[in-house]
Design a protein around this ligand. Structure first.
Ligand SMILES: *[C@@H]1O[C@H](CO)[C@@H](O)[C@H](O)[C@H]1NC(C)=O
Ligand SMILES: *[C@@H]1O[C@H](CO)[C@@H](O)[C@H](O)[C@H]1NC(C)=O
Ligand SMILES: *[C@@H]1O[C@H](CO)[C@@H](O)[C@H](O)[C@H]1NC(C)=O
Ligand SMILES: *[C@@H]1O[C@H](CO)[C@@H](O)[C@H](O)[C@H]1NC(C)=O
Length: 614
């Protein structure tokens, strides 16, 4: 199928000018039900039986959301699409409105074989420095992992297309020159591109998984010292088959008028995220969005949409000195800072990133982003690894704030605005909890860091969040450092937060490969990495609950694994939950100790295996 690529800008304008008749009906939902935060499923007999996997994932399709209604009689979706959204494209794919189940669960997930996998959890409520006494051994149930296909070819072709046609990618041409077709021809894409850190959310209005992955590009063909980090968005049906050519129709705000309009986003594609870059200055620069995390928030249109948290290198005006009546000297400072990006929302230009206007980019349509700033503090030169979560008890009727675990050891919780930014360039953040108020602003965060976002749930009447942190332990006996997931449960009591349960390293029985040479583990200078990236779904069915988790091995894969009855398990463990106890560092310290031990014995094992081979 031949498709004419229309630039986003052109389409948006077409859509908005013709589309005002289809103003989105705003629904507000009541205060979220705190009883059970895990998403339910529809048992409503009016729910259509068809799911997205009933349509071919290889053929073009357009998916309208369940709540979309054509309020003018006589139209049908095919006409609607052709007349308003697909104007310039000769797309003749299937046009559907999703009316199927809101659940991401499939027979395969439910009927899968799950086996027991032992983990050690440290229970902060026991309040002892004795790690042996803090530790509880328990089993979780895991299914065999799957791996999301790599398909670097298709991805590179997409990139060529976007570099040529999409104004938001014009800036980046200097990084690629004419290299991509050559890399495709010579079959060397895998030396230049590393796709990992896949994190996804289930869009129940469309019946699909929406996944973003980080894509590193290195012009020289090595994994170290990449020049650029891009964000690739893909759509999967409920069976985790990639949709090769799909458009999702979603409500968005017009970047000029702020009116609510519908837009169609085409996937797979790279997200037009605005970031500072200059291909003339490459060595030792790391441009683009790094460490993306994805979660769902409810916006002021009453719709759940994906929100991405990331960090990026940027430059900001640091100093202005007057040099004459009508001129001044400006000095820039360079920082790596935290940002939010709304993949389904847009902005014109990128003055909010670069701090200066630029006629080259002022009219270009990018995804909407905003920098996260801690109130009343200077920017740090590097800021990263904030672990996001939302507090559903404050969803009234939409999410006005996002929270972050800023620090795990000496727990600190940061609260940032999602709306009503004082300046259009920053979301103001303030600390709502600090275990140790005397800790300096720039104290290092320590080896316990955020892995996935945290998912809210109700723990015996307390507001709680579950997710996977990752300990990053340096020089512990295997290569330069080791990363492994750690299960974490955060509980809120009054205005105070604590890490109530934290596990030591979990392997999920996923085989690790070497970071530079797949066959060589624990090589000097190489990290050994299994990193949890995101929780794609977590639902209950009858008495059982199912979680879908994504992970990356050696910064070069997207693994998906299903876990059964984690909620049950945690609720059982949490019989010990005590609002008065556990506000201390014992669990974090024991986790780090135990994880370092794990690293040492793993390193020794690898050494022995390597010796045997020789
Ligand atoms: C929706 O999915 C859930 C979970 O798979 C299932 O139990 C339920 O019967 C489905 N509902 C309908 C109407 O098909
Ligand atoms: C919708 O419009 C298309 C194109 O005009 C037509 O082929 C199709 O039969 C219509 N569908 C319905 C259900 O009316
Ligand atoms: C879609 O359109 C293309 C080009 O106009 C044509 O070659 C192709 O057969 C069409 N496919 C279908 C399924 O109608
Ligand atoms: C302004 O910048 C120019 C060019 O870098 C420099 O020569 C000049 O000294 C600067 N003036 C002041 C007042 O800093």
């Amino acid at each position: 199928m031949i498709k004419v690529y229309t630039s986003l800008a052109k389409r948006l304008i077409l859509v908005s000018s013709l589309f005002l008749v289809f103003l989105f009906p705003i629904h507000y939902y009541g205060k979220a039900d705190l009883v059970e935060h895990i998403k339910g499923y529809y048992n409503d007999p009016s729910i259509g039986k068809l799911r997205i996997s009933d349509f071919s994932p290889y053929e073009a399709s357009v998916i309208f959301p369940r709540d979309f209604s054509i309020n003018k009689g006589g139209d049908n979706y095919t006409d609607l699409y052709r007349n308003h959204l697909g104007v310039d494209s000769n797309d003749n794919g299937t046009i559907i409105q999703y009316t199927g189940n809101s659940s991401a669960l499939t027979n395969k997930i439910v009927k899968n074989t799950y086996k027991k996998h032992q983990i050690s959890v440290f229970d902060a409520n026991r309040e002892t420095k004795n790690c042996g006494r803090l530790k509880v051994d328990t089993d979780i149930e895991i299914a065999k992992y799957d791996q999301v296909d790599h398909h670097l070819d298709r991805m590179a072709k997409k990139l060529i297309e976007q570099l040529e046609n999409d104004d938001a990618f014009k800036d980046l041409r200097g990084f690629f020159k004419d290299d991509l077709p050559k890399q495709i021809m010579s079959n060397t894409l895998h030396h230049h591109f590393f796709k990992f850190s896949g994190t996804s959310v289930w869009l129940e209005q469309h019946g699909v998984h929406y996944m973003i992955s980080r894509v590193l590009y290195n012009v020289k063909g090595s994994k170290r010292g990449p020049s650029l980090s891009l964000t690739y968005a893909q759509v999967f049906n409920e069976k985790w088959q990639e949709m090769r050519d799909v458009e999702l129709v979603y409500p968005t705000r017009h970047p000029n008028s702020n009116d609510i309009v519908y837009k169609n986003g085409k996937f797979p594609s790279f997200l037009p995220i605005p970031f500072y870059s200059d291909s003339n200055f490459q060595p030792h620069r790391f441009y683009g969005a790094e460490d993306p995390r994805l979660l769902l928030v409810k916006n002021d249109m009453g719709v759940e949409e994906p929100l991405m948290v990331f960090n990026a290198f940027h430059r900001k005006i640091k100093d202005k000195v007057l040099v004459g009546e009508n001129a001044m000297n400006i000095t820039f400072g360079f920082y790596r800072s935290m940002f939010l990006c709304w993949p389904f929302q847009y902005q014109l230009g990128k003055v909010n990133v670069d701090d200066v206007r630029n006629p080259e980019t002022d009219k270009v349509v990018y995804n909407k982003v905003i920098e996260l700033r801690r109130e009343n503090t200077e920017r740090l030169s590097i800021q990263k690894n904030w672990t996001p979560f939302v507090d559903l008890s404050e969803r009234d009727p939409y999410d006005k704030h996002i929270y972050f675990i800023y620090r795990w050891a000496n727990l600190e919780i940061l609260k940032c605005k999602l709306t009503d930014f004082d300046l259009n360039t920053e979301s103001q953040c303030s600390f709502v909890y600090k275990r140790n108020p005397d800790l300096k602003e720039n104290t290092a965060v320590g080896p316990m860091r955020g892995g996935t976002e945290m998912i809210p749930f109700n723990l015996h009447g307390h507001t709680a969040w579950i997710g996977f942190a990752r300990a990053h332990i340096k020089k512990c006996g295997c290569g330069s450092s080791m990363y492994r997931p750690n299960l974490a449960v955060i509980v809120k009591h009054g205005d105070e937060y604590k890490i109530s349960y934290l596990s030591s390293s979990i392997t999920f029985d996923i085989p690790i490969v070497g970071w530079t040479n797949p066959k060589k583990l624990c090589r000097y200078n190489d990290p050994d990495a299994l990193i949890p990236n995101g929780i794609s779904a977590w639902e209950t069915l009858g008495d059982d609950d199912y979680m879908t988790l994504t992970l990356s091995v050696a910064d070069d894969s997207v693994h998906v694994i299903h876990i059964r009855n984690l909620l049950q398990k945690v609720k059982h463990l949490a019989k010990s939950e005590d609002p008065q106890r556990g506000f201390d560092e014992n669990a974090v310290e024991c986790t780090l100790k135990k994880s370092a031990q794990f690293c040492r014995s793993y390193g020794n094992e690898q050494k022995k295996l390597a010796e045997k081979k020789q």
